[in-house]
Design a protein around this ligand. Structure first.
Ligand code: F3S
Length: 81
């Protein structure tokens, strides 16, 4: 299983992730990204068909703000705002 969330404390609103993975990332009004699946909780499994997009988004983020894990982010929580 794969999980994702955005570290919004390091996101610089560069805007690369939504075009790369439109099903996974969207921006709040300030331009900062969040994981669409579960409001950036990082506890909802990424659908198999979106994992490749996710990997591309992780590689494409200039600040490494897109986190990916094979475990839910309950216990590795990064501040979401
Ligand atoms: Fe932010 Fe990285 Fe996306 S800086 S807007 S999470 S590509």
């Amino acid at each position: 299983a794969t999980y994702t969330m955005v570290d919004r404390s390091t996101c610089i609103a560069c805007g690369a992730c939504n075009p790369t993975a439109p099903g996974l990332f969207e921006y709040t009004e300030d331009g900062l990204s969040y994981a669409l699946l579960d409001g950036n909780e990082g506890i909802t499994e990424v659908p198999e068909e979106l994992v490749e997009d996710l990997e591309d988004a992780v590689e494409g983020c200039p600040t490494d703000s897109i986190k990916m894990s094979d475990m839910p982010f309950h216990c590795q929580r990064v501040e979401a705002s």
